[in-house]
Design a protein around this ligand. Structure first.
Ligand code: PAN
Ligand code: ZN
Length: 189
């Protein structure tokens, strides 16, 4: 397939990318991943948007790239801050780059040896995600947390492995007004 170079406009305030495909993730799409996800979603009767993804994706061919933005709302489910589902890339040897555009968030990273890292992202921070590291973002601020991402178009997303493990080994919670990174009691090593 012949592809032409192009430009698109990214509004750094809203995170919206003109013409990009929009995916919306609500609590019901990921209630299992939060400790109190099911109780909160059933009892409140509302299904809040946790984050939106604006993605310019291309054919899953080696050498091509996908890029876009993730716009995370602020909030908590029980004590846990709003987070993304999190994934390994299906092709484990593919990495990714994130750039913080607005707000403040944590990037949780975990590899297949269960090593864990946590990086802080805010406007202007570049975060390199090496091949082999599963990644999940957490909005720890009071406003939206927005970041840009770019990764190989043939990487694929493996959410299943994260679900099977009960999430990442750590969770990010508010405890007595403080942000804490705690062991995830549902994590199956
Ligand atoms: C990002 C993420 C995005 C949402 O584009 O897909 O931030 O996270 P989930 O895919 O875990 O819901 C990325 O890392 N792509 O590979
Ligand atoms: Zn990724």
């Amino acid at each position: 397939m012949i592809k032409n170079p192009y430009t698109v406009n990214l509004d750094p305030e809203s995170g919206k990318i003109e013409g990009a495909k929009l995916t919306i993730r609500r609590l019901s799409d990921m209630a299992d991943l939060y400790l109190e996800g099911k109780e909160v979603s059933l009892s409140s009767g509302v299904d809040p948007i946790i984050y939106e993804i604006y993605e310019c994706s291309h054919p899953s061919l080696e050498g091509d790239m996908n890029f876009g933005t993730t716009v995370m709302r602020p909030g908590k489910v029980g004590k846990e801050f709003y987070m993304t589902k999190g994934h390994f890339h299906s092709k484990l040897h593919t990495g990714e780059l994130y750039q913080g555009l607005k707000g403040i968030g944590l990037l949780l990273l975990q590899n297949q040896d269960k090593e864990f890292k946590c990086l802080k992202l805010s406007e202007g921070t570049l975060a390199y995600i090496p091949p082999g590291w599963a990644h999940r973002s957490v909005n720890i601020g009071e406003g939206p947390f927005i970041y840009f991402f770019i990764y190989p178009a043939d990487a694929g997303h493996d959410y299943e492995s994260i679900m099977k493990m009960g999430g990442f080994c750590k969770i990010v919670v508010e405890d007595q007004g403080k942000i804490k990174i705690q062991d995830n009691p549902r994590f199956k090593a």
